[in-house]
Design a binder for this molecule. Structure first.
Ligand code: IMP
Length: 423
């Protein structure tokens, strides 16, 4: 029995959804512990594509329990929409297979508006998903947030606090000519959502500890990626939660010594959506992927920026997350490259850097130093076994292992569950 955390080693969109889906086979409980519906986890199951935002992807497996932990910020209206969409697609969802932490903070309508307002007025844009994530976490840290148990109670104090917060936000929106939020309509919508969510609202800390006591295995589905972590990422171009492995513990109430495996997921190259430094960005590579219909964001549909694999980043991610193994996704994306540049370190003002600098101004100035590895120039999409990968692909993967001091345990060669080679 091993409790496992799956973490993105880059800027999100590493293909964690598929790796989580694969590992779910051996898990009993799938847990989300941070982020919100800024995430978009794509899973292809029996030829059908599902994009999950808040609900753990374990929901696609009928016998698994899914838990949304206390560290998630949850939009009550968005989650009901997601539940309804999945039910329409034939997925069974009930309090038997989905529990949501009573301590989870809520993304309120004014958080979404505030996200848009802040983004529009920021001198340096972050390129947020405009799902209200930053303002919801901001209120949590400021100790003025709303939690699920309050919404479900529908208490007079909740309604009073809601109205006073909306009034406060409306005063600000008015000064910049934004439409005010209709407090009565918001109250009705939220209380109706609260009534529907009540059966799912639970003490998930108690549930997770009960499950562990019974010998069941937990799988933590990380959202976003290491370099979007509010502490370890490319601050301020980050999301507002701890996306690294520690966040799985604080966001669920499961202590660190109960974690056995941390699987780092990295694409065979690098992508980023939104703003912020990206040393190995290569627009020609991006044009190639976009021309093939690849690399569009699952949540916002935005074109992702693309570049070569940056081992400085993956090396740092392996350190801060304690990766026990790596899963390399979309290796097939490099099938037609004759040469594959791989960035082993940076140079900054004549100095060699093997880890990313704290300052984004420095990260913007670094010069990535590439080695060029020979490509395999054949179709990997049908390869099923590690031994059957071409020698050039083995050499590419070995280079990643050496530089990150982490073994590669899985390799993705296509979007479906079957197109994953387990070593
Ligand atoms: P926020 O999380 O909406 O506040 O956005 C902050 C930054 O994180 C932006 O650059 C977003 O594009 C990025 N981001 C948030 N969630 C994801 C994700 O699931 N995948 C990739 N990027 C994300």
């Amino acid at each position: 029995m091993s409790n496992t955390i799956v973490i993105g080693a880059q800027w999100g969109d590493e293909g964690k959804g598929k790796i989580v889906d694969l590992l779910t086979d051996r898990a009993d409980v799938v847990v989300r512990a941070q982020g919100g519906n800024n995430a978009g986890h794509t899973v292809i199951n029996d030829g059908h594509q599902y994009i999950l935002h808040l609900i753990p992807s374990g929901i696609l497996w009928p016998e698994k329990l899914c838990v949304i932990g206390n560290g998630v910020v949850m939009d009550p209206v968005a989650i009901l929409k997601e539940i309804d969409g999945l039910v329409e697609d034939g997925i069974e969802i009930s309090p038997k297979n989905l529990s949501i932490s009573d301590r989870a903070h809520l993304v309120m309508p004014f958080h979404r508006e505030m996200d848009a307002f802040k983004e529009a007025n920021r001198a340096v844009k972050i390129g947020t998903t405009k799902r209200g994530i930053g303002p919801a976490y901001g209120d949590k840290i400021d100790r003025i947030g709303f939690r699920l148990h309050e919404l479900v109670s529908g208490s007079a104090s909740f309604v009073e606090r809601l109205h006073s917060r909306i009034e406060e936000c409306n005063r600000l929106f008015e000064t910049v000519g934004m439409a005010p939020i209709d407090a009565t309509a918001a109250e009705e919508e939220l209380l109706a959502a609260g009534r529907r969510l009540a059966p799912y609202c639970a003490d998930t800390v108690a549930i997770l500890h009960r499950e562990m006591k019974a010998g069941r295995m937990l799988l933590f589905e990380g959202a976003q990626g290491t370099f979007l972590d509010v502490d370890q990422g490319t601050y301020p171009y980050v999301t507002s939660s701890n996306t690294t492995s520690g966040g799985a513990c604080t966001g669920s109430g499961v202590p660190p010594h109960r974690i056995d495996r941390v699987v780092g997921v990295t694409k065979a190259y690098t992508t980023r959506v939104g703003e912020g430094p990206f040393p190995t960005q290569d627009d020609a590579l991006a044009d190639r992927f976009h021309g093939m219909g690849r690399e569009f964001g699952a949540t916002t549909g935005r074109k992702r920026r693309c570049g070569w694999l940056d081992l400085v980043l993956v090396r740092y991610a392996a350190m801060v997350n304690g990766f026990t193994e790596l899963a390399i996704t979309i290796l097939d994306g490099l099938d037609d490259c004759a040469e594959i540049p791989i960035c082993s370190h940076y140079e900054l003002d004549g100095k060699k850097l093997t880890l990313p600098p704290a300052s984004i101004h420095d990260l913007q100035r670094v010069v990535p130093v590439y080695e060029s590895l020979p490509g395999w120039q054949c179709d990997l999409s049908q390869v099923k076994r590690w031994e059957d990968l071409p020698p050039q692909a083995h050499a590419y993967l070995a280079r990643i292992e050496t530089e990150t001091e982490t073994p590669v345990a899985m390799v993705g060669v296509g979007p479906s569950r079957e197109q994953t080679i387990v070593r």
